[in-house]
Design a binder for this molecule. Structure first.
Ligand SMILES: Nc1nc2c(ncn2[C@@H]2O[C@H](COP(=O)(O)OP(=O)(O)OP(=O)(O)O)[C@@H](O)[C@H]2O)c(=O)[nH]1
Ligand SMILES: [Mg+2]
Length: 380
């Protein structure tokens, strides 16, 4: 549903599920007197803005905070039933239920909305803190400044530097709201599923002493050092015996190609096999794990010197492996106060602006800058 600022609408502002409290955001200039009874008998129009007002919603204790003549928040019990009931009552009063992102789009400028959307998706404190700093005006100020370039002036060199500085954080910025993808690979039975479980700290994937156990891609999200990571366990790589296994192997290959980082396991309790060498050649940039390090080494001198000794059984080497993954995924962290682009849309438009500057194409620069601030291509 496309909404305009005048539409009456309400949305649950807190994430789905049960919590201690839930917050419902309402945009409507109607009085809610018929639904909310403020303690002390004050009328809706008498409730001061930005003050909590306790009262009753059909017998249920709630707190209402008016934000303006047209906006308010209702804080209620966090159970789903309480939220449903309030939204239903609002619906009965002509205030339709919409998606939170849709409601946010009504009063926020596109650049504010975009960073808020990223903040809502942040999975860790660390990423949320960086996004909160961006949402505080840091990013918007920088992006708006880029639109003020005077083409004839010496600004161009400075602006090219500004754009290059922002684009340095492209990958980092996009991953603040979307986990880095790490895919485990290796030939069958080297212990990929066991390592997935050990890294997660719980049993996510089936482990068995039968080569070819894992067929599908098994994923789970976690965080290393505060950085969100989606770990993926995949089918063991070997010349496939049958159709189902071949499908799993093909799926694994495509996930490996798209990953931000690959972890290649070698079972060093066994002599090396041709599949190990093929995988080392194919994924030469992978983090190599000398796995089953609790068992005597039979792999010998073919082991790459950078391989990390890990045992999923005893936990040996797990923290070193995690630190190495973090070092590869996030080699640098922006110092506080650094503007960082927060979406692929922003990165694409900033790249277009940078390219336009370098080839002296003012119309293209202006078009991309305009699209950037007007939110062109921004999902609701
Ligand atoms: N000693 C020892 N055994 C391990 C270790 N990790 C896994 N194993 C054993 O190795 C066998 C295979 O483990 P999986 O984790 O299922 O191996 P996989 O690579 O996922 O196998 P596929 O799914 O068939 O490709 C199981 O018997 C595990 O118990 C380890 O660190 N040390
Ligand atoms: Mg497996």
């Amino acid at each position: 549903m496309a909404m305009t600022a005048s539409v009456d609408a309400a949305a649950c502002w807190t994430p789905p599920g049960r919590g201690a409290i839930a917050v419902i955001r309402v945009r409507s200039s109607r009085s809610l007197d018929g639904l909310f009874r403020a303690r002390g008998g004050r009328k809706w129009s008498e409730l001061a803005c930005y003050r909590p007002h306790c009262g009753s919603w059909g017998g249920e204790e709630v707190v209402v905070c008016r934000l303006s003549d047209a906006d308010c928040e209702i804080q209620c019990h966090g159970g789903e039933a309480a939220v449903r009931r309030i939204l239903r009552d609002l619906g009965g009063a002509g205030i339709a239920t919409v998606d939170a992102a849709e409601l946010a789009a009504v009063w926020q400028e596109p650049l504010d909305l975009e960073v808020q959307q990223a903040l809502m998706r942040a999975a860790t404190w660390r990423t949320a803190n960086i996004l909160a700093e961006q949402a505080d005006g840091l990013l918007k100020t920088e992006l708006l400044a880029l639109c003020e370039l005077r083409w004839e002036s010496a600004d161009r060199r400075r602006f090219a530097d500004k754009l290059a500085a922002l684009l340095e954080w492209s990958q980092f910025g996009v991953h603040l709201s979307q986990p880095w993808s790490v895919v485990l690979t290796g030939r069958p039975n080297v212990g990929k599923s066991s390592l997935l479980n050990a890294l997660l700290g719980f049993r996510r994937a089936v482990v068995a002493d039968v080569p070819g156990t894992t067929r599908d891609v098994v994923t789970s999200c976690t965080a290393f050092d505060g950085w969100p990571v989606e770990l993926a366990d995949t089918a063991g790589q070997r010349p496939a015996a049958e159709v189902l296994e071949a499908a799993g192997i093909a799926l694994a290959q495509s996930r490996l190609a798209a990953a931000d980082l690959r972890v290649l396991l070698l079972d060093t309790s066994q002599p090396p096999r041709s599949e190990d060498f093929a995988l080392l050649a194919q994924w030469s940039d992978a983090v190599v794990v000398a796995h089953k390090a609790d068992l005597p080494d039979r792999f010998g001198r073919d082991l790459p010197s950078a391989a990390l000794r890990v045992s999923s059984r005893t936990g040996e080497g797990l923290s070193v492996l995690m630190a190495e993954m973090v070092r590869r995924l996030v080699p640098r962290v922006p110092p506080p106060g650094t503007p960082v682009p927060v979406s692929r849309r922003q990165v694409d438009l900033l790249r277009a602006m940078h390219a336009a500057l370098l080839v002296d194409d003012e119309p293209r620069y202006r078009a991309a800058a305009l699209a950037l601030v007007t939110g062109d291509g921004l999902a609701p």
